[in-house]
Design a protein around this ligand. Structure first.
Ligand SMILES: [Ca+2]
Ligand SMILES: [Ca+2]
Length: 325
């Protein structure tokens, strides 16, 4: 192409396509070897190895025009956009070395267009936007770009767990046959609930359940005689809907069971444990003693020892008894 003084070359956005535009004063006739009217440069495809992370860095990779020059900008949620976004055409961008936002690095797409930026530092807790611009090797003025959002989260979730009974008797008699646990995490991720048995002095895991959870959305786990049942609330009605069931194939011994609840957020941060105890007590109360006074008594209305006072001593399990009121 013949260089003409006073010309202007730009890339313009027309109908969603970037087009190369060449302007020159036509004060004389020359023969220009112009490129076809459209200049095609596809925007890079930008991917990350993690989109929510509790790490300081992330790996960015993708594809771009083969051999194109790629610049990377990391912009924190409170930072101004990178200079090239403020550029309204003409003039080069602020050189990346002098960029005041985020960090910047440069790579070259390989002959097949693949590129990778390793260990890109995230600049802020929360949302980080990573921009990758692509320019042809010999034409840095022409730029396309894509971005990807990475959330850095180093704060552990907090989990809440409560139960409606501290002791129950899963024997199918219709009384205190199950216990409900309500579980909630303040962040999206997973809630984990394990039930440990200490029967016969050996610690054994009865249940180790991973439950996917939305932020502040309660789930309910019911421990009954034959199964652990997981319920979620129906969004429309608010009713508990049975979601899954884990059968219990053994008769569980009376005694104390520990439940341990914790949560892991989507970035992998782990909540503190909430540890609680649940007692299984299926032993019916037995009459341990009966004392009558007077004994014997003679209910014959003769006015002598017609009544008696009975004193019963019962083996009512104190835990059940206190909850029965
Ligand atoms: Ca978190
Ligand atoms: Ca019962």
């Amino acid at each position: 192409m013949q260089i003409v003084s006073g010309n202007r070359q730009e890339v313009e956005l027309n109908n969603g396509e970037l087009q190369y535009a060449f302007y020159a004063p036509l004060d004389h006739f020359s023969t220009y070897a112009l490129l076809p009217g459209k200049f095609s440069l596809s925007a890079p495809i930008v991917l990350a190895d993690r989109y929510i992370t509790n790490k300081e860095t992330v790996n960015i990779h993708g594809t771009a025009e083969p051999d194109s020059i790629l610049d990377l900008y990391v912009v924190g949620k409170n930072d101004a956009p990178p200079p090239f976004l403020n550029n309204s055409g003409g003039g080069p961008d602020v050189p990346i070395e002098k960029s005041e936002v985020g960090t910047a690095r440069r790579e070259v797409a390989d002959p097949k267009g693949y590129f990778e930026f390793k260990d890109v530092g995230l600049v802020t807790e929360g949302k980080n936007t990573i921009y990758v611009t692509s320019s042809p090797k010999d034409n840095p003025e022409i730029k396309t770009w894509s971005d990807v959002t990475i959330v850095k989260d180093t704060v552990p979730p907090s989990v809440e767990a409560s139960q409606n009974l501290y002791a129950f008797s899963p024997n199918g008699d219709g009384k205190y046959d199950s216990v409900d646990y309500l579980l909630k995490s303040n962040e999206a991720g997973n809630i984990y609930l394990s039930v440990m048995s200490n029967a016969s002095g050996a610690t054994r895991q009865l249940l180790n359940q991973e439950i996917s959870a939305e932020a502040n959305n309660e789930v309910k786990l019911t421990w009954a005689k034959d199964a652990f049942q997981l319920y979620r609330r129906d969004n429309a009605t608010g009713q508990w809907i049975l979601f899954s069931e884990i059968p219990i194939s053994e008769r569980l011994a009376d005694g104390a069971y520990n439940t341990i609840v914790y949560a892991i957020d989507e970035a992998g941060n782990i909540a503190n444990n909430v540890i609680s105890q649940t007692i299984i007590d299926t032993t019916p109360p037995a009459v341990l003693g009966l004392n009558a006074d007077p004994n014997p008594f003679t209910p014959n209305d003769d006015g002598v020892k017609d009544t008696t006072m009975c004193h019963l001593t019962l083996s009512v399990p104190p835990a059940i008894f206190s909850l029965a009121s």
